[in-house]
Design a protein around this ligand. Structure first.
Ligand SMILES: [Fe+2]
Ligand SMILES: [Fe+2]
Length: 561
């Protein structure tokens, strides 16, 4: 091989590598041609080149306003001056390109903010924000951003409905690390599973170094066009702070200024009402600052108390119950925990611990598969992992873990309906990890039900109000986990030990039929009966509840006389 352009030392190195390459191929038994190893590794392409801005827009991202049915904010990055930064919007047309929109169909909107952020890569990234107003609810629009000459491609989004409508949203724990390698598939697989999602919730630590232009560039590339058509609702983690809030935060995330009013909490503490769900974002990075914690706690109570929405989702970074190591957030737990329970928050979405944990207060437990309290979740979307510690921070503080996972990247799909929220966590490869259904009735009563599996729909799950009874005594059996209105057959089964014995009146192994009942709208069942006159003193019986979805039994009832 002849490389006349290589200087002398490089040519010598090249020959040595070629020899090494050959031996590696023989040892490894791989079918690579030795020539593949014969050049020095190419240099890393400089981040300043990968991420440098141009007049062509990139990093296009939607953030919600307080009136998402009639207005929408979009932010992008481009080398453009404030006077030229602008957007165009029109009702989503059937075609563009060769087909010009009808005269007057396109509205031009001037940027309301253009903020240069000095970056670590030697240039400024300038973020521009446009707010579209006067939009129609539940309507698809098409927009582009630019400077009047250099435009983005056209993007579509749909405004929120003006009232409750079912919708889906996505939630991520910390992306933070391996954003350019391991994170993109998580974001894209989540989008593939819920392409019509209306919101993406990030519970902090989106990136690792608060002011790293390279990492923010990677974060936007990971989601690609997804952020240009789905609203992003993020709150900061500790990694968005470095001597203060990241200088990127407010220019790129112009969230509503409806928080407690402290300048430090502007656009990190806010709420959005979206189609019947109140999303509340808090900044848990101020646990060492009593004033900023107190301000958030008072504000949280106000926005929970005065909440017309059926559903409430709260997100912040540091978990009420930690999944990892010796971590502990007593300020968050003591100040916010009681309010989350008191006002019946449905989902608390958190990050920080780089593992997965989901659970509830023990006092809310109703059965093996059901509780009626707040569902607390910790998750991670990025590639940095911490080990679980047997849920000690949960059990040590009156809570219990119902599902956990370590060394897994996850995304969460949340489907909101009128009478239920379905939550599912999936691994990076799309496989199911965990899930539950929150049901809520018109009185605000709630059950949080594990998704059914062959294992959790059998066994001893019925409770009875007495385990000793005489003939004619009233016994009430209670069970959970049904579909609303599910029909349930009630049997009294005589047993020896736990085994069924020959049943009174020649009935089969199920037992003697006592009657039928229906689960209520939350999947709860309560059935009261009298112990029949034919039961013998000293005999043992159990209540067997049989339905389409569950076949479950009670503890033994011993007949006393
Ligand atoms: Fe983190
Ligand atoms: Fe963190």
């Amino acid at each position: 091989m002849n490389h006349p352009t290589l200087p002398e030392p490089a040519r010598r190195r090249h020959v040595r590598l070629a020899v090494l390459g050959t031996s590696a191929v023989l040892l490894g038994g791989l079918a690579f041609a030795p020539v593949a190893f014969s050049y020095a590794a190419p240099p890393k392409h400089p981040a300043a080149e990968v991420h440098k801005p141009s007049p062509v827009p990139d990093r296009v991202i939607l953030t919600p306003t307080t009136t998402p049915a009639t207005s929408q904010k979009v932010t992008w990055r481009a080398e453009a001056t404030a006077e030229f930064a602008q957007a165009e919007i029109l009702a989503a047309p059937r075609a563009l390109g060769q087909v010009a929109p009808p005269a007057g169909a396109v509205t031009k909107v001037q940027a309301q903010a253009s903020t240069p952020v000095n970056t670590t890569l030697g240039y400024a990234s300038t973020y521009h924000t446009v707010e579209f107003t006067g939009l129609k609810p539940a309507t698809r629009y098409t927009y582009r951003v630019g400077d009047g000459t250099n435009w983005s491609e056209w993007h579509d989004f749909t405004t929120a409905a003006g009232k409750f409508e079912p919708f889906s949203f996505i939630y991520y724990g910390d992306a933070q690390n391996y954003i350019d390698s391991a994170v993109p598939r998580v974001f894209r697989n989540a989008f593939a599973d819920r392409p019509q999602a209306k919101m993406i919730v990030n519970a902090g630590d989106l990136i690792n170094s608060a002011n790293s232009e390279e990492e923010w560039g990677q974060w936007y590339k990971a989601a690609g066009f997804i952020d240009s058509q789905i609203n992003n609702l993020s709150i900061p983690g500790n990694h968005e702070y470095s001597g203060g809030l990241s200088s990127f935060w407010r220019p790129q995330f112009p969230y509503p200024d409806n928080g407690p009013g402290n300048p430090e909490l502007k656009q990190t503490v806010y709420y959005i009402d979206y189609q019947g769900v109140r999303f509340i974002g808090l900044d848990s990075n101020h646990q060492g600052n009593a004033a900023l914690m107190a301000a958030q706690t008072a504000w949280l109570e106000k926005v929970l108390k005065d909440n017309p929405n059926k559903w409430t989702v709260v997100t912040f970074h540091h978990p009420v119950y930690s999944t990892t190591g010796t971590r502990n957030n007593p300020q968050v737990r003591d100040q916010w925990g009681p309010l989350l329970e008191k006002y019946g928050v449905d989902l608390v979405l958190q990050g920080h611990d780089h593992s997965y944990g989901r659970g509830n207060l023990v006092s809310a437990r109703k059965s093996i598969t059901v509780h009626n309290g707040v569902a607390y979740v910790v998750s991670v979307s990025g590639g940095k992992m911490y080990a679980l510690n047997n849920g000690e921070n949960w059990t040590g503080n009156g809570a219990e873990v119902r599902s956990s996972s370590q060394n897994t990247q996850l995304y969460q799909l949340i489907d909101v309906a009128g009478d239920q929220i379905r939550f599912e966590a999936r691994y990076a490869n799309g496989e199911h990890h965990d899930g539950f259904l929150i049901r809520k009735n018109a009185r605000g009563e709630r059950t949080v039900n594990e998704l059914r599996t062959p294992e959790n729909t059998v066994g001893e799950q019925v409770t009875v109000d007495k385990t000793e009874a005489s003939r004619w005594d009233k016994v009430t059996a209670t069970a959970y986990g049904y579909d609303p209105g599910e029909r349930v057959r009630v049997h009294l089964r005589e047993t020896r030990g736990k085994e069924a014995v020959a049943q009174h009146g020649g009935h089969g192994r199920d037992g003697v039929p006592l009657g039928e009942a229906r689960a209520d709208e939350l999947g709860r069942l309560s059935y009261t009966f009298r112990m029949p006159p034919w039961v013998r003193r000293g005999s043992t019986h159990l209540v067997y509840l049989s339905s389409e979805n569950q076949k479950i039994t009670s503890p033994l009832i011993t007949v006393t006389r």
